[in-house]
Design a protein around this ligand. Structure first.
Ligand SMILES: Cc1ncc(COP(=O)(O)O)c(C=O)c1O
Length: 379
């Protein structure tokens, strides 16, 4: 079946009693045993829940994987994955990853004895040089948050295989409609379902998907032990959102491209970061490994060309908020918002300055979005 058919049909028809068309929301925390030692398919919602299970089947298929473990937040997914490792293990990550991931690595797992290197993932020599005897994994976030750098997934997987390292890819920014890292040999995909997968800014959730049976079983076990699983109601809502994922992603991309092209020509804008632009340094690579460029656009305002607060205050459609991937357009300043948890020097090293804004381009009318930016930029 094609992606859109799977998104709507796969795994969701689980109600054998009433044949309901949508997946029921099983709020029950616990399930009857037929007798002693006769364990039902689901016994307790932390370890398994029918509504969550339906979404697991659905999302695993869309990512091209066999096993999905769904968590209460995207950070819950990342935390669960980190428990595959132990103190003394070393993980290599890009230097411009999501600020919350950076914070989890540095503030929680660093003090536990985990070691991290934050490097330029686009530089194969730097990556090769970063591998140590205790390196266990390479953490890929592509396109990265907020600068939309694209990592060559196949090249990283090749090095990881040579050195026997696990590869983990955060697929939040594109969703499986535009990018399926497992098809490039990545071992584990993580994502924040809070963003495009749910798509309506009303659920926080995370996912871990893999093709490897042992990893799949271990991740389920870890999530159950750690208490990170996704709630039934949130699973129900994501099951509704995921059905339109492909159509939403196409709409986000159409609007994002129009906005990026407008900003690129604007005299007050120094630089636009969108992998769909020919001017993006990784445009060719993006075309090779992604089937679309997504709905996230970042841009740098020319220094002192604008009063930043007044600019944001003049916007009527792009409202100032964190998060991304919902149907409504949002703007954020990573410097003071999503990436504030990174120390200032780490932000500057990653290329994040107060002049950079990140847009989550929504599904409103294209012309309205461009006009909103034009007015706020003083046109
Ligand atoms: C790329 C990326 N990964 C992970 C997360 C964390 O997800 P959540 O907020 O659902 O915990 C985010 C959140 O913004 C993100 O942008």
């Amino acid at each position: 079946m094609g992606f859109k058919t799977d998104a709507i049909q796969n795994g969701v028809y689980i109600d054998k009693t009433f044949q309901s068309v949508t997946t029921p929301m099983y709020a029950s925390t616990t399930y009857f045993f037929a007798g002693l030692g006769e364990m039902p398919q689901f016994d307790y919602t932390r370890s398994g829940n029918p509504t969550r299970w339906a979404l697991e089947q659905n999302l695993a298929k869309l990512e091209g994987g066999k096993h999905a473990t769904l968590t209460a937040t995207g950070m819950g997914a990342i935390t669960t994955v980190l428990f595959l490792f132990r103190p003394g293990d070393h993980i290599i990550a890009g230097k411009d990853i999501y600020g919350g991931t950076y914070r989890l690595f540095e503030l929680v797992f660093g003090p536990l004895g985990y070691e991290f290197s934050f490097i330029d993932m686009g530089n194969p020599d730097e990556l090769r040089a970063a591998v140590r005897p205790n390196t266990r994994a390479i953490w890929i976030e592509t396109p990265s948050n907020p600068l939309l750098n694209v990592t060559d997934i196949a090249a990283v997987v090749a090095l990881a295989r040579e050195r026997n390292l696990l590869t983990i890819a955060d697929n939040t920014f594109l969703s499986p409609w535009f990018q399926r890292p497992l098809e490039f040999g990545v071992a584990i995909v993580v994502e924040s379902m809070t963003k495009y997968i749910n798509g309506h800014s009303d659920v926080i959730g995370g996912a871990i998907v893999t093709n490897n049976d042992d990893l799949g079983a271990r991740l389920k076990e870890l999530s159950n032990c750690l208490g990170t699983p996704l709630a039934a109601f949130d699973s129900f809502l994501v099951l509704r959102g995921i059905k339109t994922l492909a159509y939403r992603m196409e709409g986000h991309q159409k609007n994002a491209l129009a906005v990026a092209r407008f900003l690129e020509r604007h005299p007050r804008i120094a630089r636009v970061y969108y992998p769909g632009l020919e001017s993006h340094p990784h445009h060719e690579l993006a075309k090779r490994q992604m089937s679309g460029f997504g709905g996230m656009v970042s841009f740098a305002v020319r220094e002192n060309a604008l009063d930043l607060s007044a600019f944001v205050g003049r916007l009527r459609i792009f409202r100032l908020a964190e998060s991304l991937g919902g149907v409504e357009s949002l703007i954020c300043q990573p410097w003071s918002m999503t990436h504030l948890s990174m120390p200032e020097d780490a932000r500057l090293r990653a290329g994040i300055t107060p002049w950079i804004f990140r847009l989550s381009v929504g599904l409103e009318e294209t012309d309205d979005l461009v006009a909103d930016l034009a007015t706020a930029l003083g046109d």
